[in-house]
Design a protein around this ligand. Structure first.
Ligand code: MN
Length: 192
């Protein structure tokens, strides 16, 4: 069984203002993520999934024909936890050298990431992942994500409307720009 406390915000709820409001952060973590944790617990209780780690639940349910609801809930718990750990207002760090090598420049990276996030239709996530072929920017739909596909997540942005509607209404591009320029914890990304 999982607890919301297993996935704490690594910053105060007001720490991301003015780019993400305290209200939006509290709602996102304390209601949305909490809801996914409760749903996941309800689905795995008394099943063979109960003793597995979150990543093991994602990988096994992805192959389980009956596991779609567990996959969605576990994916959303993992994705939100990862997303919150990518956020911060720590002092500006240099754009990581490995990402410069992969994307050419900071400006080129931002343009590619923004284009990918704006192209996502429906609900999902925009990621920087690493796999055997190097670093890539890609989207995942709904609760899907890199863990189910053998890729290592480096950075992610929640592009579900609930992530930005309170602060940005329908202006997804402004939300993506705020993320890229003000909300990424590059020290956390470096650890990833
Ligand atoms: Mn979300």
């Amino acid at each position: 069984m999982f607890k919301l406390e297993d996935f704490p915000l690594p910053f105060a709820a007001s720490a991301l203002e003015p780019y993400l409001s305290r209200e939006a952060v509290e709602l996102h973590h304390g209601k949305h993520l909490a809801g996914y944790v409760a749903t996941l617990n309800g689905l795995i209780g008394g099943t063979g999934y109960e003793e597995l780690s979150l990543e093991e639940i994602i990988r096994r349910s992805a192959r389980d024909g009956q596991g779609q609801r567990i996959f969605n809930a576990a994916g959303q718990v993992y994705n939100h936890s990862f997303f919150f750990r990518c956020l911060g207002r720590d002092s500006p760090a240099p754009f990581p050298r490995r990402l410069v090598d992969a994307f050419g420049s900071w400006e080129n990276f931002c343009a590619n990431f923004r284009e990918m996030a704006l192209a996502l239709f429906g609900s999902g996530w925009t990621w920087v992942v690493e796999d055997d072929s190097g670093h890539r920017i890609l989207n995942s739909a709904n609760g899907d994500g890199p863990v189910a596909h053998g890729q290592r997540p480096i950075l992610c942005l929640d592009v579900w409307e609930h992530a930005y509607y309170l602060d940005y209404r329908n202006r997804r591009g402004d939300y993506v720009d705020a993320f890229l320029h003000h909300l990424i914890s590059w020290s956390a990304v470096g650890t990833n």
